[in-house]
Design a protein around this ligand. Structure first.
Ligand code: NAP
Length: 277
């Protein structure tokens, strides 16, 4: 029941209609009997939208593409980890009387570490990351924080080399991937995402050399990469695991409560299934 005491949460992005986060967070509020609501919002102007969140009393807001970097200039503080990654995906508004302070965090790296960490001890592990976009930055930074050794491969070599230099890790040209051995592979490219679900981000014959294969693409839930990897005997981690764990970290930050993981995962899966053919 929405009333005068309902606590406000949401997500800003453009587009934002496709986001699965409202289903996940609203299911968590319902499960814990909390009077909170989480809504998708597409600000026409980021500065005005941010002022609105502050003045309307929002407590927690997720930030998605294309605002993860641009939002930083409006914040009162940015968590040092988010500052290092160079992107914020979570806002926390704290109020004391008329005073409101907004801090930016990044939970994407926590989500990817927790997802992969269920299948592999990260400290000392070697991990090949495919991709060099925003998600690759957060995933790579998180793995290095956890003590893993990271390798980067990317279609556009210059972008891959730039990320590798920032993370102080090796870049592997595509034609040299066959020479690499690593414990895990993470696809952070958008290759394999519906409607191009037949695409593979790496040659299938290279998959048996990884013990674990994780895909952060979650539509479809079981990508072709994960199907081929499972057929090769690899342990697999789907993209909803990262989404769920980064959301759980947000939920705890905003509410101070342990996130109901099972319910959040169920909400994500059923929302995704309702949208895919
Ligand atoms: P981004 O910044 O646009 O980066 C896209 C990456 O994909 C780049 O490395 C790009 O390579 C590569 N790429 C795109 N099309 C390609 C193709 N046809 N062949 C080879 N490489 C290709 O996007 P992002 O924000 O990092 O997101 C990437 C994916 O991760 C999206 O599918 C997004 O939905 C997903 N994601 C999932 C989660 C989660 O929680 N599960 C979180 C964040 C993002 P170039 O440099 O060569 O262009």
């Amino acid at each position: 029941m929405i009333n005068g005491h309902t606590q406000l949460f949401g997500i800003i992005g453009n587009p934002v209609e496709h986001s699965l986060s409202p289903a996940m967070h609203n299911a968590a509020f319902a499960e814990l009997g909390m009077n909170g609501v989480y809504i998708p919002m597409r600000p026409a102007d980021l500065a005005e939208g941010f002022r609105g969140l502050r003045s309307l009393g929002f407590i927690g807001v997720s930030v998605t593409v294309p605002f993860k970097v641009a939002i930083m200039e409006f914040l009162d503080a940015v968590d040092p980890v988010a500052r290092n990654i160079g992107a914020v995906n979570t806002l926390l508004f704290e109020r004391d009387g008329d005073h409101c302070r907004c801090t930016g965090y990044n939970t994407d790296w926590l989500g990817s570490n927790q997802a992969l960490g269920e299948e592999l001890q990260l400290a000392g592990a070697t991990v090949l990351i495919l991709g060099a976009g925003g998600a690759a930055r957060a995933v790579g930074f998180g793995l290095i924080e956890a003590g893993a050794s990271v390798f980067i491969a990317n279609r556009t070599e210059a972008k891959g080399r730039a990320l590798a230099a920032q993370l102080r890790c090796p870049f592997v040209p595509t034609d040299q991937l066959a020479e690499l051995r690593a414990d895990a592979l993470i696809n952070t490219t958008s290759v394999g995402m519906a409607p191009h679900a037949d695409a593979l981000p790496i040659r299938a014959e290279l998959l048996p050399r990884f013990a674990v294969v994780m895909d952060i693409v979650y539509a479809p839930l079981t990508t072709r990469l994960l199907r081929e990897a499972a057929a090769c005997g690899c342990r697999t981690v789907d993209g909803l695991q990262m989404l769920q764990y980064q959301g759980a970290a947000q939920f705890s930050l905003w509410t101070g409560r342990e996130a109901p993981h099972r319910v959040m995962r169920q909400a994500l899966v059923s929302e995704l299934r309702s949208r895919l053919p």
